[in-house]
Design a protein around this ligand. Structure first.
Ligand code: M6R
Length: 588
């Protein structure tokens, strides 16, 4: 996943492109580059590292009014200036988000035609093929159309041709791209936060479409080059949604937005303890498959617990990268639910497409409006988390958990359960305002941490463990509390941190027995529970509000998120942009 920003207009282009790229840095941050037109020539500057490295190498005040920029998450070839975008071959300069799967085949063919390649990337074949085709076609739009028909894989593209220094060309297939309008010019961008400082009006480029963008005109064409009228969208949130607003990190800011995100999601679907017509009606499905990746997969595990318990429908939860290739047992009575914050995760999208091809009903639970998964699913329910910038998901996790809980109620047909949500925001607020530093101070010095819990608490352990790993680089594993003694307990030594979550009365005494087993091996136990117990089987206790079992997972995740944040901060980690990661994984 990478970030693209382009600008053409009456204002200076470089400040707009670079500020936009900074908002997209969450999409990849190995290297960055920009191409701009100055003195009738395309100039390129690229740097390894963060956008700030690029910023210090370009002059913001240059009289350039058109350019394309890129922030990279390396897939083909190491982060280096040569491999960074923009890539230029002949008359074409390109920035690309996605993967060209048949690039080797194209490269071989072009090498035979005498084309010279300098990078290890898949992207370089795009300007090379554009330049090759242009020599015959002599028309930029026709050249782009012809070139795209040879590409396999996914792409969002920003293109400049040195024969047309007034326009940026753009195209998309499988990777997101928006075109945004402001009074004095137009943008292309991978995501809305990049343009919010200037405008909230944008067009979502659809699959296969090509656009030609000048300072005062946007023309969009379908894949046969017929002109089409695109639909204009208005981003509802404010520019603040993409700003730090005084917080040290986006992760912390986004955790502190959770009370609002919870209420926004709840109030979008529920009023006076009744569902509004924004909540879909579903037929009586006999099976549900929930398919997702990473944290969204863990939300799926919470959803399984709730849907099975309250709606009495069996649920299988599957990792999308497996689901897309395995034999799945589903039929017309199965609903496949895809959960994705970004709505662009390649494996989740492929799983969705597979289910659709097999004629199965699909439901997308997505945060990003207009994303591929949201658009392609039969049904879509949006969570109302707003833009999430930190790579580690927090507020979207809480919003997805809220929506899955509402869905469990909807499927149970027991609308009266909605009263359990009333006032939950107070518990969220209480947990957000606790201090978690003392727990972090113990954990941050250790290289291994264990999370244990049973049933729905185990799903939360999975999320707590992932959050700690990705933000603080501490190795951690989550176990069903009863499983530890079947092998893993051998790893518990003097002082090993064990975080136990215990909110479910049904298994409370069982989980406590398991905690005693690790305590007997001198583990350091942090016990997160909703009922205070005076005892010596734990070292620290975090008491969370006792709310109904239905809504408890919505709040239980908060201490886990804040502990991870504090640990990562104590370890001096790059909290919002952990090493090797990108916000959404649009490649396999
Ligand atoms: O955008 P998605 O929800 O589809 O992303 C899924 C995972 O890549 C994502 O949850 C990832 O695990 C996060 N880094 C977790 O914080």
């Amino acid at each position: 996943m990478c970030g693209i920003v382009g600008y053409v207009g009456k204002e200076k282009a470089l400040p707009r492109i670079l500020s936009g790229l900074k908002f997209l840095e969450y999409r990849g941050y190995d290297s960055a580059g920009v191409a701009y037109i100055l003195n009738e020539k395309v100039n390129i500057t690229k740097r390894v590292g963060r956008i700030k490295e690029l910023e210090s190498s370009v002059d913001y005040n240059l009289d350039t009014y058109i350019g394309i920029g890129h922030t990279r998450w390396a897939t083909h070839g190491v982060p280096s200036e040569i491999n960074s975008h923009p890539h230029q071959v002949g008359k074409f300069t390109v920035v690309h988000n996605g993967i060209i799967e048949n690039y080797l085949e194209i490269k071989e063919k072009l090498i035979k035609e005498g084309v010279n390649f300098i990078s290890e990337t898949d992207t370089e074949v795009i300007p090379a093929l554009l330049d090759y085709n242009y020599k015959k076609e002599k028309d930029i739009l026709k050249t782009i159309k012809k070139t795209l028909s040879s590409l396999e894989g996914s792409y969002a593209l920003g293109i400049i041709c040195s024969d047309d220094l007034d326009n940026i060309y753009a195209a998309r297939c499988g990777s997101p791209l928006i075109i945004a309008k402001e009074d004095n010019g137009n943008f292309i961008a991978s995501d809305v936060p990049a343009i919010l400082s200037y405008t909230n009006k944008y067009i979502l480029l659809e699959e296969g479409e090509i656009a030609k963008i000048s300072k005062d005109n946007i023309s969009v064409y379908d894949n046969e080059l017929n002109k089409i009228i695109p639909k204009e969208n208005i981003f509802e949130g404010t520019e603040d949604a993409a700003m730090l607003n005084g917080y040290e990190h986006y992760m912390l800011k986004e955790i502190h937005e959770e009370e609002k995100v919870y209420l926004d999601t709840l109030n979008y679907y529920v009023e006076n303890n009744k569902f509004k017509n924004t909540m879909l009606e579903f037929k009586d499905y006999k099976h549900i498959h929930i398919v997702a990746c990473g944290s969204a997969y863990y939300v799926g595990n919470i959803g399984k617990s709730l849907i099975e318990e309250y709606a009495n429908i069996p649920v299988d939860v599957e990792v999308a990268s497996e689901y897309r290739y395995k034999k799945n047992f589903y039929d017309k009575d199965t609903l496949v639910i895809i959960i994705s914050q970004s709505g662009e995760t390649a494996d989740s999208l492929a799983a969705l497409r597979k289910a659709k091809e097999d004629g199965i009903d699909t439901l997308a639970i997505v945060n990003v409006f207009g994303s591929s998964i949201a658009r392609e699913a039969l049904y879509t329910l949006y969570v109302k988390a707003g833009p999430e910038i930190a790579v580690a998901t927090t507020k979207a996790f809480l919003a997805q958990t809220t929506l899955l809980t509402l869905l469990a109620v909807r499927l149970s047909k027991k609308e009266e359960l909605l009263k359990e949500f009333v006032g939950l925001e107070k518990s969220i607020n209480e947990l957000l305002n606790k201090d978690y530093l003392e727990y972090a101070k113990y954990i941050y010095k250790h290289n291994d941490t264990f999370f244990i819990g049973r049933l729905v608490d185990y799903a939360l352990c999975l999320e707590g463990s992932l959050k700690l790993k990705e933000t603080s680089y501490i190795n951690s594993v989550a176990f069903q509390a009863g499983e530890l003694k079947h092998g893993t307990i051998s790893l518990i030594t003097d002082g090993t941190p064990v975080i136990s979550i215990c909110t479910d009365d049904l298994v409370r005494s069982k989980t406590i027995s398991n905690i005693k087993e690790v305590k007997a091996r001198n583990a350091y136990v942090i016990f997160i529970t909703n009922e205070f117990i005076e005892s010596d089987f734990y070292d620290k206790i975090i008491v969370i509000p006792k709310v109904s079992k239905l809504v408890s997972p919505i709040i239980s995740v908060i201490p886990l998120q804040l502990i991870s944040y504090e640990v990562a901060k104590l370890r001096g980690c790059d909290i919002d942009k952990p090493r090797n990661l990108a916000k959404s994984v649009t490649v396999e």
